[in-house]
Design a protein around this ligand. Structure first.
Ligand SMILES: Cc1ncc(COP(=O)(O)O)c(C=O)c1O
Length: 399
């Protein structure tokens, strides 16, 4: 492995952390009961609200994303409650179905192929069939990180509203928030779940719940046991910018800086940048003659691209060659995709030349690993990038 230059961390999270964020964290830890902390607490809570396009309260846990998943479930539900979870890939399984079942919830797992997002028609049918309103929550992973498939939350919400079913809508936005279009209020999401380590450009260690009024009301009735994850304690303290227990102060310094960076760029520009990189990456994959996991263009992810390697060719061998020869980490295939899929992360603190370098590493790696492909992926991607720049002027910062 080359010891010079920067390592390319192109897994779909944790993502590259900007120097500004790293430097912001390299400060003395302050008193978390003091006024300086409270000022920061209020700023980051407000910043997350804006990134989620939400007017509701936010809870920040010192946790990974899975902690925020558990918090969403235990704060809204009661033992044995029925939850409809859409199978979209590895994360709908491991982060939602498995966690919900371990907590003693009854999971209706709607089967999926891992190549398509959650279906609004199936959701509408499932809820229409549930005349007794046994289903208390619907869980959807917005951007399935194992497959690069996006579920259309706005369409799913419309399908729910057509049935008049009162179930909560819980959305996992762990690999989409701060990268691709997300609208907590407009889509009437009840709990948005997120983590710090992807589009938010902060190291792992913070988990987020963004709440609706309906989720808050459900929280008052929810009987699942909880202590550490209890929203009520968090909300009492955070009204003044504090936490009920010791917060991850230095990660919050990083979060504050990252939110300022997103603000400076403008969220619409952030979404546009990710769309450009998604388009360019997919152009490269098509030119190589390889197959995308995501089958429907309306569901393509702009934060990562999952690619199938041709039969008998190991995606892991490719990743190993690329790591050893070019010092770049790509995402592995998860669950049933193990060995068959590699994932290119193109989210967070990232630009056109970083993408060009990433795709060059993949194209050289395909050569080195002897995987049958066509040349020209990089050129196809560069063409898309150039065209995109010619078409669009950067929009004024919208926050
Ligand atoms: C969509 C999704 N959900 C849940 C998780 C689990 O989050 P964590 O590993 O931070 O606990 C991940 C992690 O990558 C994810 O991508």
């Amino acid at each position: 492995m080359s010891g010079t230059g920067r390592h390319f961390l192109q897994i779909p999270g944790p993502t590259n952390v900007p120097e500004r964020v790293l430097l912001a964290m390299a400060r003395s830890t302050i008193d978390h009961r003091g006024s300086e902390f409270a000022e920061m607490g209020l700023e980051v809570l407000e910043g997350i609200k804006r990134v989620a396009r939400s007017s509701g309260p936010v809870v920040i846990f010192p946790s990974s994303g899975t902690g925020a998943v558990e918090a969403a479930l235990v704060n809204t539900l009661s033992p044995s409650d029925r939850v409809l979870v859409f199978e979209t890939g590895w994360f709908s399984h491991i982060a939602w179905r498995v966690v919900a079942e371990r907590l003693g919830l009854a999971v209706d797992y709607v089967p999926g192929t891992w190549r398509r997002g959650a279906s609004p028609d199936i959701l509408k049918q499932r809820l229409a069939d549930d005349a007794g309103h046994d289903i208390k929550a619907v869980v959807v992973v917005h951007n399935e990180t194992s497959s690069g498939v996006v579920s259309r939350i706005g369409d799913l919400r419309r399908a729910m509203n057509l049935t008049g079913h009162p179930a909560l809508l819980i959305v996992d936005a762990i690999s989409s928030l701060g990268s691709i279009e997300y609208r907590h209020d407009d889509w009437e999401v009840d709990v948005t779940v997120c983590g710090s380590q992807k589009g938010l450009m902060v190291p792992p260690g913070l988990g987020f719940n963004v709440l609706s009024e309906k989720a808050l009301q459900a929280g008052k009735r929810a009987r699942m046991p909880k202590s550490y994850w209890d929203w009520q304690e968090m909300l009492k303290a955070s009204a003044d910018g504090f936490f009920p227990y010791t917060p991850a102060t230095n990660l919050l310094y990083g979060l504050r800086e990252a939110l300022r960076m997103l603000h400076e760029e403008g969220l619409d520009n952030v979404w546009r940048r990710h769309a450009r990189h998604g388009d360019a990456t997919r152009a490269a994959v098509r030119a190589w003659g390889l197959e995308l996991v995501s089958e429907d263009p309306a569901e393509y992810s702009n934060t990562l691209t999952a690619v199938l390697t041709p039969e008998h060719d190991s995606a892991d061998r490719l990743r190993q060659v690329i790591l050893e020869q070019f010092d770049m980490s790509l995402g592995t295939g998860l669950g049933k995709f193990a060995g068959k899929v590699f994932r290119i992360g193109h989210l967070g603190w990232f630009n056109d030349l970083m993408l060009a370098g990433t795709l060059s590493g993949v194209e050289m790696g395909l050569d080195q690993a002897g995987i049958p492909h066509n040349r020209g992926g990089i050129l196809a991607a560069l063409h898309v990038l150039t065209e995109a720049h010619q078409r669009t002027e950067a929009a004024p910062s919208v926050w």
